[in-house]
Design a protein around this ligand. Structure first.
Ligand SMILES: [Zn+2]
Length: 61
């Protein structure tokens, strides 16, 4: 849902934005045009973060 008005974190244009949540608690906002790219970016980040958390877990246990 594009309920926020502001600057898109991907293309830096003023638009209606959708919130994307990162696994580490951060969030970024994307416009409709950047949504596909943003969704992929966030998914990649979250996968990488989950992987590194698992690696830390196994190293410490
Ligand atoms: Zn954009």
């Amino acid at each position: 849902m594009y309920i926020y008005e502001g600057i898109c974190d991907w293309c830096k244009k003023l638009a209606m934005l959708k919130k994307h949540d990162y696994i580490d608690g951060k969030s970024h906002f994307s416009c409709h045009e950047c949504n596909t790219l943003a969704t992929l970016d966030v998914r990649q980040f979250n996968l990488a973060e989950t992987k590194s958390q698992n690696e830390k877990y196994f190293k410490n246990n």
